[in-house]
Design a protein around this ligand. Structure first.
Ligand code: ATP
Ligand code: MG
Length: 414
């Protein structure tokens, strides 16, 4: 688990504000659920035989003896909340969420035990249009953050019926080659054979080239649905690759599954994962409500966004002062200017003017506001432009009366 230090938080805020803008343009509403849920929710919602539930969850008993879990992902909690509060009585829900998630995994670059996701869920919508819209929200957002080398991979997992026929076929095929599989995959043959399809083990991957493909087991209806999604993505000019081995880690997906990956993330290549989960809401005791959503890993997104996004914002004005009277005026003016939406950094060093000017330069503020004993006793403020210095390195200076703040502000927002 890692701290996010002040230098990083500004970049995070930038990315979050871009996300918020996209969500609001798409008419999404935010939902916030607790970080702790009953373990049962994830066991039922995600599936007992998944890596997340089987190996990665932080479980503990609370003082009342209830088994609790730090949420490993957001969808199950959102689904629970929708059911519990009957939100679908108001029609389909188009929601977004964000916050920390917890998985006991081996930490490495782009993989942490506490990490952060932002996610989108369209609940109660069955049409292929919603699949395309949900994908386009993720795609447009990531582009706007400045990521240009992304690959969208899509697959269809078909209906439950399609998948159960395929599952049996795949199981038989794998059992005939049991000794050739890696140990992890051997354990999965009976409990979760589909997961073997996205094994990271090289020899298993090679073996799987010859395996039966889920694509051949899709019903005509599922195939038509998948083709229509491709047509809609073409219309939106969102490039994609079909990856028939893309199955995703969680049990609840059907039909559309997708991932957005980047070559710049090493082995943790996936920045966004999502798919359709038509059975989850009813599994949790709600009405039949076909749904689709995605989650983006914030840490990986920030890695991709790079240094540029982490650059801290500079203040509009840096306030330099010396002496007791000047200090009082400096604090008063600082608070007044902030109430006009200007960002002000106040010097606390008590150092010489020249040292304070160096700090002002370092802060990259556009303006320095200078108050010495002389200015303080005359009720004056000296303003210097720190960006457009003159040829002889002298900053342009302006003098204002503390009683005429409007003139000062006019200059500062100039
Ligand atoms: P991976 O295959 O990388 O483990 P996943 O399939 O487990 O990913 P999802 O459950 O789909 O991941 O979560 C969506 C996104 O959340 C991932 O694409 C990734 O960006 C991010 N994510 C998942 N687990 C972690 C983690 N332990 N640390 C950081 N980010 C993570
Ligand atoms: Mg994982």
């Amino acid at each position: 688990m890692v701290d996010l230090l002040p230098a990083q938080c500004q970049g995070w805020q930038k990315v979050e504000s871009i996300a918020l803008e996209h969500f609001s343009r798409a008419g999404l509403k935010e939902i916030r659920t607790p970080i702790i849920e009953q373990t049962e929710l994830f066991a039922r919602g995600i599936g007992e035989n998944t890596d997340v539930v089987g190996k990665e969850m932080y479980n503990f008993d609370d003082r009342g003896g209830r088994s609790c879990t730090l949420r490993p992902e957001g969808t199950a909690s959102v689904a629970r909340s929708i059911v519990q509060h009957g939100l679908l009585n108001n029609g389909p829900q188009r929601l977004w969420y964000g916050g920390p998630m917890f998985r006991y995994e081996r930490p490495q670059a782009g993989r942490q035990r506490q990490f952060h996701q932002i996610g989108v869920e369209f609940v109660g919508l069955a049409s292929v249009m919603s699949d395309a819209e949900v994908i386009s929200i993720a795609w447009d957002f990531l582009k706007d953050v400045g990521l240009n080398d992304l690959t969208l991979e899509i697959n269809s997992l078909g209906s439950n019926e399609d998948r159960s026929v395929f599952k049996q076929e795949l199981k038989d095929w794998l059992n005939q080659r049991f000794d050739l599989l890696d140990e992890d995959s051997q354990k999965r043959v009976d409990v979760n054979p589909l997961r073997i399809l996205d094994s990271k083990n090289n020899s298993t991957k090679e073996l799987l080239f010859e395996a039966p493909s889920l694509n051949d087991f899709l019903s005509n209806k599922s195939k038509t649905r998948f083709e229509y999604l491709q047509e809609l993505l073409n219309n939106l000019k969102i490039p994609y690759k079909i990856n028939n081995n893309l199955v995703r880690g969680l049990d609840y997906y059907s039909h559309t599954a997708f991932e957005i990956t980047s070559d710049h993330l090493g082995s943790q290549a996936t920045v966004c994962g999502g798919g359709r989960y038509d059975g989850l809401i009813s599994e949790l005791g709600g009405p039949k409500a076909p749904s689709i959503g995605w989650a983006i890993g914030m840490e990986r997104l920030i890695i991709l966004a790079g240094e540029k996004i982490l650059q801290s914002k500079s203040p509009d004005v840096y306030v330099i002062h010396r002496g007791e009277k000047a200090e009082q005026l400096a604090l008063t003016i600082t608070c007044q200017l902030r109430s006009f939406n200007l960002s002000i950094e106040l010097d606390y060093s008590g150092a010489s003017f020249s040292k304070q000017f160096k700090r002002a330069d370092k802060s990259r503020a556009k303006w320095a506001l200078v108050i010495g004993e002389d200015e303080a006793s005359k009720g004056q403020l000296l303003v210097k432009n720190l960006r457009n210095k003159q040829k002889n390195d002298e900053s342009k200076e302006y003098i204002f009366s503390k009683k005429d703040l409007h003139q000062l502000i006019k200059k500062l927002i100039d």
